[in-house]
Design a protein around this ligand. Structure first.
Ligand code: SAM
Length: 180
């Protein structure tokens, strides 16, 4: 089996548009499983520091963990910390899904469409889900539609949203030296 098409590959990078969409909602400040080349936040841990052994307390965490045998340990850790948003394969038949997701998560969003991870030539051969811990609510399920997110995060749309929120208007007024 070609490892590039397998969920056994341990360093699938999250597509930037998908991370940006979630980041807009959560304003993440820690990526606990990363490498210098694929870290999604300014604060991150690599395998050398071992993000699993660190405290994530007080951080808003985005976690796309290494897959395979390591994954359950990351889900256990995520379920014990505060607000942690996890992008993981939607393996609903696994022990970790039933031990750490169903009884402990706040939200589970199943991704509609297959994610093409950073560095991959093709879309993943497995479905993905976003599991969110630490919101203090009873488990709810929902859908994240890749096409809608891509559209929402398009350059035109982001510019439009900035315009609406006044950021761009404020910037365009920066050089305006009128005194009222
Ligand atoms: C699926 S990738 C995610 C990369 C990136 N955070 C992203 O979302 O695009 C998982 C990363 O975790 C790193 N990793 C593996 N074991 C780790 C550990 N114990 N502590 C921190 N990072 C680790 C791998 O090197 C890999 O880059």
């Amino acid at each position: 089996m070609n490892v590039h098409f397998s969920s056994d590959k341990h360093n699938w990078g999250t597509p930037q548009f998908f991370f940006d969409y979630l980041d807009e909602i959560f304003s993440f400040d820690l990526d606990p499983c990363a490498e210098e080349s694929n870290a999604k936040c300014k604060d991150y841990y690599t395998i050398k520091e071992d993000g699993l052994s660190k405290s994530w307390e007080g951080k808003r965490v985005f976690m796309n963990p290494p897959y395979g045998r390591e994954l359950p340990k990351w889900m256990k850790k995520a379920s014990e910390e505060g607000i942690v948003v996890c992008l993981v394969p939607a393996r609903t038949d696994t022990a970790w899904f039933h031990d750490y997701v169903i009884p402990l998560a706040s939200l589970v969003y199943f991704v509609k469409g297959r994610i093409r991870f950073e560095g991959a030539d093709h879309s993943a051969p497995f479905p993905s889900m976003v599991v969110i811990y630490g919101l203090g609510i009873k488990l709810e399920f929902g859908t994240l539609d890749l096409h809608l997110i891509r559209e929402y995060m398009s350059d035109d749309n982001i510019r439009f949203k900035r315009l609406l929120s006044g950021t761009e208007l404020a910037n365009s007024n920066e050089n305006d030296e009128r005194e009222d």
